[in-house]
Design a protein around this ligand. Structure first.
Ligand code: GDD
Ligand code: MG
Length: 361
């Protein structure tokens, strides 16, 4: 059955440690992404697929989620929050969230990893799940390095034959894309109140027991927003329209600029950049493919490419950022150039410099 009664669980208990320094003050699922909290994109997609009730499975910084999303009315959803005192792993979190679900034993439950941007057709995944009368149906995508993900081989009928989480010897490039449809009774069979991994225990166990586990494979837009580089890319792709952004108005566009941001007429802002509320870009500055958080300030003639400038961070005139991530309230004085991989912790003060790092020719 696909209608507004569809229920969804959003897994948002992880720490987002690889996204530091961005996630020091804000959990990864709440990072402003094309002008809205990251999860707003997933909520909009779940809504479009027919979800009316969403349960957040939280542990790390649980209260911040409730503050950000409330009862869900602003998103056309009813949102409940289930908090783990200690993180219970992906399976334990799903089982814990089941306490707030309302449906019957045969109803489908959509489960989403909280750090994925995906353009896939969730309704088609639900339809395959219903047609195959599956216990679980996994969305699968292809990546060049499957060893960092759950490797998921299937047979000719799309039935999953194994689930190999982060194996050094992947047997296929097809991986778990982090969006599942569970039959409610399958989800209820996960042991309660203990740490369980769906990837390492539940899925391999279901396959070994001969249950029908299906793979819904496609080539739609898919991105795991686990690193600062991927985060910047995701923001850029949403603004430029490389994946649908039902949660944002005013895109696709060359840039998404908050109403009260101040961009000098002689500045250039484009390439899918996002400029947050109260942020300023001075004359002659160039901002390309980047994210400026609230109240960030870019000085005259500065160049910001594929970078993130945290809340209230300031760049002096002429500073160059390329592939850099600058924490909240950091200040970078004149003469500095920060290139790929550079990270500045919140509040750092980089004094003026005349030194230049010149790579070997
Ligand atoms: N509530 C709760 N409690 N949520 C959790 C917990 C927990 O103890 N542990 C992880 N999560 C959430 C994370 O916040 C994230 O949204 C999701 O579960 C997956 O956890 P990650 O820590 O992000 O896992 P991963 O990225 O290494 O791997 C997962 O995602 C890949 C796709 O991006 C696995 O599902 C892989 O199989 C998959 O390929
Ligand atoms: Mg992840």
């Amino acid at each position: 059955m696909i209608n507004d009664d569809l229920e969804a669980v959003l897994l948002v208990g992880g720490q987002g440690s690889r996204l530091r320094p961005l996630t020091i003050a804000t959990p990864k699922p709440l990072l402003p992404t094309a002008g809205v909290p990251f999860l707003a994109h997933q909520l909009a997609r779940a809504r479009e697929a027919g979800a009316g009730h969403v349960v957040f499975a939280t542990s790390y910084r649980a209260a911040m989620f409730e503050r950000a999303f409330g009862d869900g009315a602003a998103y056309g959803l009813c949102i409940d929050y289930m908090v783990e005192d200690e993180p219970l792993g992906t399976g334990g979190a799903i089982r814990n969230a089941a306490g707030a679900l309302r449906g019957g034993p045969d109803d489908p439950v959509l489960v989403l990893n909280g750090d994925i941007l995906s353009g896939h057709d969730i309704r088609a995944q639900l339809a395959l799940h219903a047609r195959a009368e599956a216990a679980v149906t996994l969305h699968l995508t292809e990546v060049t390095d499957p060893s960092r993900f759950g490797c998921v081989p299937t047979d000719a009928d799309g039935r999953v034959t194994a689930f190999l989480e982060k194996t050094p010897d992947p047997v296929t490039n097809r991986i778990n894309a982090g969006c599942y449809v569970f039959r409610r009774s399958t989800l209820d069979a996960i042991p309660a109140g203990q740490v369980v991994s769906v990837e390492r225990e539940t899925f391999p166990g279901l396959i070994a027991a001969g249950e029908t586990v299906m793979g819904y494979a496609d080539a739609a837009y898919w991105l795991d927003v686990g690193t600062p580089e991927a985060y910047v890319q995701g923001c850029r792709d949403l603004v430029l329209g490389r994946l649908p952004a039902p949660a944002v108005s005013g895109v696709p566009a060359p840039a998404l600029i908050a109403a009260d941001a101040k961009i000098d007429p002689d500045a250039t802002v484009g390439g899918g950049s996002t400029v947050g509320p109260g942020a300023t870009v001075a004359a002659g500055a160039e901002v390309t493919g980047s994210v400026l958080f609230e109240d960030a300030a870019v000085g005259e003639g500065a160049r910001v490419v594929d970078s993130v400038l945290g809340r209230g961070a300031r760049l002096a005139p002429g500073v160059i950022l390329d592939g850099a991530v600058i924490g909240d309230d950091a200040v970078i004085e004149e003469g500095n150039e920060l290139r790929a991989g550079a990270r500045l912790w919140p509040g750092t003060h980089l004094p003026p410099t005349t030194l230049r790092f010149t790579p070997d020719p």
